[in-house]
Design a protein around this ligand. Structure first.
Ligand SMILES: [Zn+2]
Length: 363
């Protein structure tokens, strides 16, 4: 029997564990799959680019085979390829995704298939980002997404300890360590005025896994919207960005940051006035502090801004997540990635010029 990486009941990826393949007749597949899924998974079809539902999914989690549920790709290896199809630089386990030479359509390509049910997934190309240099190009229809919080639901019976044994099997233990050997994501915490605007500007960047709004610089007792609005808490409205440093660097994030707000305004952004709207970079290490200082110094010297850059460098002590309704704001409008990055800074301008047009709780 082939060995697959599988999830256990604790939501941990373990293995490889030997498990049977899934072999069904076409009639059985037709019953199990939607017509679109059947066309792609079983009849080797391709969905149209930019149409797939998982293309812009940035939630942390796992992509499984829509045919048999085998885990195939982690969000940690998802990247923005610009091709219009969900793209990954690495399979979740070498035994989970099979490859086959494909000479259809007058091209020589490498087809990728689910190793358990032979479902067609897409193709793999040698033009991906580091560390693998590969681009696994997927059809959304071939995949089923499960968020990180729900991974225990993907538990495969093959991972259960054999009846009568006290604990998890040795194989599962060894596997869970391997499962932890994942890509190191990094964190950047930035304050540039209203966190709705900064959050939105970063949310759609390739390599940015998620952006959260919160408060930074004050104590836990005052880390709430009402208190922070008073301007006396030491907190700034800030965002915490979780990113893949292989796809976007800290310096690149800071460049976007400098574009997404006005770093020359002290303790305000337009009509938003007070130290809670200050421009600040909260560094989490000496390395981040040095790199941020360099970017600010270069920005100051570049002539790019008409006035001196006043962004402060402050040590990151604790990032306090803002209330849920603040997190929702930017995520309610994420549909068009490019438009988002270009339109939101403008939207913020409009918001500053016409604050009354925004009938939210802030005014
Ligand atoms: Zn499958």
């Amino acid at each position: 029997m082939p060995g697959f990486k599988l999830f256990n009941r604790r939501g941990e990826l373990v293995g490889p564990i030997e498990a049977p393949r899934v072999e069904l007749s076409d009639a059985e597949w037709r019953q199990r799959l939607t017509p679109d899924q059947f066309r792609i998974l079983r009849a080797h079809g391709t969905e149209r680019p930019f149409c797939g539902t998982l293309l812009d999914n940035k939630t942390a989690g796992v992509y499984c085979c829509a045919g048999c549920g085998l885990p195939l790709f982690s969000s940690r290896s998802k990247f923005h390829s610009g091709t219009g199809w969900p793209s990954f630089f690495e399979a979740i386990g070498p035994g989970n995704v099979a490859e086959r030479r494909d000479i259809s359509h007058g091209m020589v390509r490498v087809e990728i298939l689910c190793a358990r049910c032979d479902g067609h997934l897409g193709h793999v190309f040698p033009d991906g980002p580091p560390p693998t240099g590969l681009r696994y190009c997927l059809n959304s229809e071939s995949l089923q997404f499960t968020a990180e919080t729900g991974l225990a639901a993907l538990a495969d019976p093959a991972t259960d300890p054999p009846a009568g044994s006290a604990g998890p099997s040795a194989a599962a233990d060894a596997g869970s360590e391997e499962g932890d050997e994942t890509l190191a994501l990094e964190i950047a915490v930035l304050a540039g005025g209203c966190f709705w605007c900064t959050e939105a500007a970063f949310e759609q960047l390739a390599g940015v896994l998620d952006v959260e709004s919160g408060y930074c610089g004050g104590t836990p007792e005052t880390a709430n919207y009402k208190a922070v609005c008073s301007g006396t808490t030491g907190h700034a409205e800030a965002i915490r960005i979780r990113y893949n440093p292989l796809q976007i660097t800290f310096e690149q994030l800071l460049e976007v940051f400098l574009d997404a707000h006005d770093p020359t305004q002290k303790n305000r952004q337009g009509n938003d006035v007070g130290p809670q709207y200050r421009s600040a970079i909260f560094y989490s290490s000496a390395d981040q502090r040095e790199r941020a200082a360099r970017v600010l110094e270069q920005a100051g010297r570049s002539g790019r801004f008409p006035r001196p850059v006043v962004t402060t460098l402050e040590p990151l002590t604790h990032f306090h997540l803002a209330e849920a309704y603040h997190q929702d704001y930017a995520r309610n409008n994420p549909d068009q990635p490019y438009i988002m990055y270009h339109a939101v800074p403008k939207a913020c301008e409009v918001r500053k010029k016409y604050p009354r047009l925004f009938t939210d709780d802030r005014r």
